[in-house]
Ligand binder design. Structure first.
Ligand SMILES: Nc1ncnc2c1ncn2[C@@H]1O[C@H](COP(=O)(O)OP(=O)(O)O[C@H]2O[C@H](CO)[C@@H](O)[C@H](O)[C@H]2O)[C@@H](O)[C@H]1O
Ligand SMILES: O=P(O)(O)OC[C@H](O)CO
Length: 471
């Protein structure tokens, strides 16, 4: 978005980019972490924008006062959409995370199709639209984020909003074969087609969406251009594109080179002296393929005894969606798997799998990235996967090897430098682990330089500019 462009940007997402907490009897509100906040905050500041979403905090918090303080501190405003406990259960945990999330990640067997959840989804999308419609001015650009809010475009149009409306999906868009199982597919499709620009992570997602729209909506014509496909009927034209999200490469790279991270990485090296470190970092989510990863590591230990005592897997898992039953049982499954594999292969002085169930601060996260000789990132399906990009940005000595699932969106861009694997293929993944372990320095450096150059070029600021300019 150019500086000359004076239009305001209004970002809308399910969760606001904030953390509200009570410390020593005082309520505090801080800007949240994460790629989207880093990417959008400068644009929102520059253009006096606003971020609208669910504050996700205790009802006792003095929200109005905190929000006013946030605007003074951060230079852009927040609009809040409070949700009741029932709405959190039905719209967020229910339809968003028990229907759309598994379906869009190709895991039909985990989907619940529940009409009450759907009604809550419709209702909450309507409320987000009402709040947004009240807060925007005629020239503002409205940019809605992700699968929780796919109906917002339609609801905004019903309210008479004429502003340019854009939508970006952070997760994959499924194939026609899967999408057609959704009882409310037509409502979702029509909702998405009310935006002026619909963005996906990869070309594959864009093609899936275009195929669904053309098959399920009679009379829709598609014109394929270099950057976007235009879907058109008698009344409307909607631009559909793919815009792979990225990270702030400069920030990760600079921080990873800093003293604090270097010291913490050295300390980790000492702890794992004389062995290589294989690293996994994920939210606790069944789409991330963590059990399959542990099994592939076990297979590597079975097939290649020369790895015993020479390689440890450090798996860091950050708790997520703890109220959804599938997430609770996944935690138990991981505890058991790690225990079983360690019991089977462990020796005095060597623990094959180290497993941490917590969030790391930025310095510790970067230190782990920097210290690990290999990253093992094997989602069963992932919109993009920012961990893969963060690992490369923090691999400042060009020493790391990235093993990446072919089903992560990131594989489209990073496929040449990474070792691509099918996470369901345990033997294949085990072979990639052995190959990474034995990879000579020259090849490591060549591959990592290529990866870093690509992420540096296609950083998150370029992502925002490219998307907003396409609107
Ligand atoms: N233990 C830990 N401690 C601290 N931080 C940790 C952590 N584990 C993970 N993180 C952080 O959490 C973020 C996870 O981002 P991902 O892209 O990997 O997945 P996520 O599914 O959350 O995002 C969704 O949005 C993004 C952005 O569009 C898409 O890449 C993705 O496919 C989609 O599912 C990373 O920035 C990572 O650093
Ligand atoms: O905790 P959630 O459900 O808001 O998930 C956030 C993740 O980044 C997935 O988009």
């Amino acid at each position: 978005m150019s500086n000359k462009d004076s239009r305001r940007l209004i970002a809308v997402s399910n969760r606001l980019p904030i953390v509200v907490k009570e410390e020593d009897g005082r309520w505090q509100l801080a800007a949240g972490a994460g790629g989207l906040v880093t990417a959008l905050s400068p644009v929102l500041k520059r253009h006096r924008g606003m971020w609208i979403g669910w504050p996700g905090c205790d009802e006792a918090a003095p929200l109005e006062e905190l929000v006013a303080r946030f605007a003074e501190q951060e230079g852009y405003r927040l609009g809040t959409v409070p949700l009741s406990q029932e709405e959190v259960e039905d719209y967020y945990e229910g339809f968003s995370n028990m229907t759309l999330w598994p379906l869009f990640h190709d895991l039909l067997g985990l989907c619940q199709f529940n009409a009450q959840h759907w009604r809550a989804y419709v209702e909450v999308n309507r409320r987000f639209a009402e709040v947004t419609a009240k807060k925007i001015a005629r020239e503002d650009l409205v940019w809605v984020q992700d699968y929780q809010l796919m109906l917002m475009g339609g609801r905004l149009r019903e309210l008479g909003v004429k502003n340019p409306l854009a939508f970006f999906l952070h997760i994959p868009f499924p194939s026609l074969d899967l999408f057609r199982r959704l009882p409310w597919k037509m409502e979702i499709l029509r909702g998405l087609l009310e935006f002026d620009l619909v963005g996906f992570q990869t070309l594959r997602d864009r093609r899936n969406f275009v195929a669904c729209a053309r098959e399920l909506i009679p009379g829709l014509r598609a014109e394929v251009h270099r950057r976007t496909t235009v879907l058109r009927d008698e009344e409307r034209a909607v631009r559909v594109g793919h815009f792979p999200i990225s990270i702030d490469f400069g920030e990760f790279n600079n921080q990873a080179r800093g003293r604090e991270v270097a010291d913490a990485a050295w300390y980790l090296h000492e702890k794992f002296a004389n062995r290589q470190l294989l690293l996994g970092v994920d939210r606790l989510d069944y789409t991330k393929g963590i059990p399959e990863r542990l099994l592939a590591f076990e297979r590597a230990l079975e097939l290649y005894p020369e790895l015993h005592g020479k390689l440890s897997l450090l798996q860091i898992v950050v708790p997520s969606r703890t109220q959804v039953p599938e997430y609770q049982s996944l935690k138990e499954q991981l505890d058991q798997l790690a225990g079983r594999i360690n019991g089977r292969f462990g020796e005095p002085g060597w623990i094959p799998i180290h497993y941490m169930f917590r969030s790391l601060d930025r310095v510790q996260l970067l230190a782990h990235y920097r210290a690990a000789e290999i990253a093992l990132i094997t989602p069963l399906r992932d919109g993009m996967n920012l961990v893969a990009k963060e690992y490369c940005a923090a691999s400042v000595d060009n020493n790391g090897v990235l093993i990446l699932s072919e089903f992560a969106g990131a594989a489209e861009e990073l496929g040449k430098g990474a070792l691509l694997v099918n996470p369901y293929d345990l033997d294949g993944t085990a072979e990639a682990i052995r190959r990474a372990y034995t990879m000579e320095q020259g090849e490591r450096q060549r591959r990592m330089r290529m990866l870093r150059a690509s992420i540096q070029r296609n950083n998150v600021h370029r992502w925002v500019d490219y998307f907003v300019n396409s609107l």
